[in-house]
Design a protein. Structure first.
Length: 632
């Protein structure tokens, strides 16, 4: 009896010790106030004369532009914008150019910033003007090529913009329907696109069609070669996977494949996958592409040697990228990142070999306390392989966990292995986070993307559902504690999940998601390509019955669980009526719904304090609806 009692005590103490050890290995909870602070010291860019670094830093919770002389510690704050700035480029070594809209309305104007006097001047004044910067204008060092709808609100046309004088010159008229423009090395617009590739030999020639591009095809020309007769482009024409190719414009055909991957598109994540070109050398440098993780492929062997040298210095477990570099490829801003590190930036001088840490983008988020993002895959009900990522709470057993299902936006987009504040926030608060690249996602070939055409709420949603069931079968997910959360199309998927599989989820969170396809279709901006939308997402007339059957607002009576809906007041992509209609319908049906309107915000939240407020709201909503049920 004594021996049995001793054995029981030993086992009890051992289990208690292991439990305590596991509890101790779990990181302390970090609040939204810390997680969602605006990132610091990011987006470094070397000036054309390689004397200065411009970058973003935080002022009152918003990103603003700073500058510092290379080799010195002192910095100068150049802007104090109350809503923050999203992006900028150097115009020349004296001026920075950036674009800004009005409270999320996406009507961007272009501004010039003098780095010495801090003077700011709007270069594209006007009502409802939408502009974008394409790149340098080869005919003048004081000008850039922009697109703008100056003459017709429905048409974007290319202009040269002299940022010293403000003079704009129309480079090519848009007869209607053209959306993409590419200039050659002399600054002449030679390529235009609109579901087909149009080309002209020179500035005096007429455009002619040389290639038809189907709805499931991609041909994206980026740079001309030295002789200005070939173009380097992304293409999946004649193949399933997107590759980087060289295309003969006079003959209208591809002449060689420069880089391709047997399993993945080399352009899948449009925010991170790019290939780069040296205007000085007029040669390709390298390509960033994404498989399960991101990789670099080098055309330039000199740059590849520099990269391999940096890998040894900085660690092979990180993604290393050339964030900016001088024309002669001797000085660089190097960015380090991973699933657990948002970013660190270094200044590297290849001539001297010196490597200087410039700063960490979120130094308050300790890398060792963040959770790992693991690539996973599973089979859909019709046998398609679906890839995704699973992030487990650090130190937790992968058994019976509460899960946040997080479908991506787009839907022609993809999840990637990156540091994501929202994912890490949820994981830190004890939830497993499941992100999947359902059919229709980019990165996995043309057939995979085409399999998602007109499948909103149907096979695309089945892929999400099948992934959730896979997690349950593996024992990872507690079937009683699963939430679905998403932004934009991901918000639609969240609403569709709780509407069409009402017993699968304990609650749903929708950030500016679509509830009614008909009103979404009618609200598209005039410059959006309706032909592609009809083929990829659905035609409002031909597919009206399907659109009705897959719009959650018309089937809200099926919903059984609490819903949290958040919407930007000035959203021009998913307009306010989408969320208002869904919330009102749920209220009339006596469903449990909380609706939050975010004033002064568009298709996203720019303001730091509003982000913190809403993520605390989401956190409380999830705690309330995903807490373990008491055993009877």
């Amino acid at each position: 009896m004594l021996r049995s009692a001793f054995l029981f005590l030993f086992v009890f103490l051992a289990v208690s010790s292991l439990t305590a050890e596991r509890k101790n290995s779990q990181p302390e909870r970090i609040g939204a106030e810390t997680f969602f602070k605006t990132s610091r010291q990011s987006n470094y860019k070397i000036s054309p004369d390689a004397k200065y670094l411009a970058y973003f830093d935080t002022v009152n919770g918003h990103s603003n532009i700073f500058v510092k002389k290379i080799g010195q510690q002192d910095f100068i704050q150049l802007t104090n914008d109350p809503v923050g700035i999203n992006s900028f480029i150097w115009g020349n070594s004296d001026f920075i150019l950036y674009k800004q809209d009005n409270n999320g309305d996406e009507n961007y104007r272009i501004y010039r910033l003098n780095i010495y006097t801090k003077e700011i001047k709007c270069l594209t004044e006007g009502e409802k003007i939408r502009c974008d910067i394409l790149g340098p204008y080869a005919q003048s060092k004081d000008a850039v090529i922009i697109t703008a709808n100056m003459r017709n609100p429905r048409l974007l046309e290319p202009y040269s913009l002299n940022f010293l004088t403000g003079e704009m010159k129309l480079l090519c008229e848009n007869p209607g329907g053209l959306r993409g423009w590419v200039a050659d090395n002399a600054g002449i617009i030679r390529i235009a696109q609109a579901g087909k590739l149009l080309y002209r030999k020179d500035e005096k020639s007429e455009f002619r069609e040389i290639l038809t591009i189907g709805s499931d095809e991609m041909f994206d020309p980026r740079f001309f070669n030295k002789d200005n007769n070939h173009v380097f482009a992304y293409s999946n024409i004649g193949r399933d996977r997107i590759a980087i190719v060289e295309f003969d414009l006079d003959k209208g055909k591809e002449v060689r494949t420069l880089f391709e991957h047997p399993e993945y598109d080399v352009f899948g994540d449009d925010e991170r996958d790019q290939f780069t070109y040296s205007s000085r050398k007029q040669e390709l440098l390298y390509a960033r592409y994404t498989t399960e993780k991101r990789h670099l492929f080098f055309f330039d062997k000199q740059l590849e040697k520099i990269y391999n040298k940096l890998k040894k210095k900085l660690g092979r477990s990180y993604e290393i990228d050339f964030a900016s570099y001088s024309d002669d490829l001797s000085r660089f801003v190097i960015r380090l990142s991973s699933d657990r590190l948002q970013g660190k930036n270094y200044y590297y001088d290849n001539k001297s070999g010196s490597l200087e840490l410039l700063g960490s983008e979120s130094p308050w988020l300790i890398e060792d306390k963040m959770a790992e993002m693991m690539p996973v895959s599973y089979k859909s009900r019709d046998g398609l392989t679906i890839h995704g990522y699973l992030t487990l709470p650090k130190g937790a057993d992968p058994k019976g966990l509460p899960v946040i299902v997080h479908p991506h936006a787009g839907p022609q987009w993809r999840n990637s292995w990156i540091f994501d504040k929202t994912t890490q926030f949820f994981a830190n608060h004890g939830y497993a986070v499941f992100e999947m690249n359902f059919r229709g996602s980019t990165g996995y070939g043309r057939k995979f993307m085409k399999a998602g055409f007109k499948q909103w709420g149907l096979k695309m949603q089945d892929d999400i559902t099948d992934g959730v069931k896979w997690l349950i079968q593996k024992g990872i997910a507690d079937p009683k504690r699963i939430a679905i959360f998403g932004w934009s199309f991901g918000g639609y998927a969240a609403l569709a999940g709780i509407t069409f599989t009402p017993d699968l989820y304990a609650c749903g969170v929708d950030f500016w998601g679509i509830s009614n396809y008909f009103s979404l279709y009618r609200s598209f901006p005039p410059y959006w390509p309706k032909d592609k939308i009809n083929e990829r997402w659905g035609d409002i007339v031909k597919d009206s019955l399907q659109m009705y059957n897959t719009s959650p607002v018309f089937h809200a009576r099926n919903i059984k669980v609490p819903v949290l809906i958040l919407q930007g007041e000035n959203d021009v992509r998913v307009k306010i009526g989408q969320s208002e209609e869904m919330a009102e319908t749920l209220k009339k049906l006596n469903k449990e719904v909380e609706y939050v309107l975010m004033e002064g915000e568009g298709h996203g939240i720019k303001d730091e304090q509003k982000t913190i407020l809403q993520m605390n709201r989401v956190d409380n909503f999830l705690k309330k609806n995903l807490r373990p049920k008491k055993q009877l």
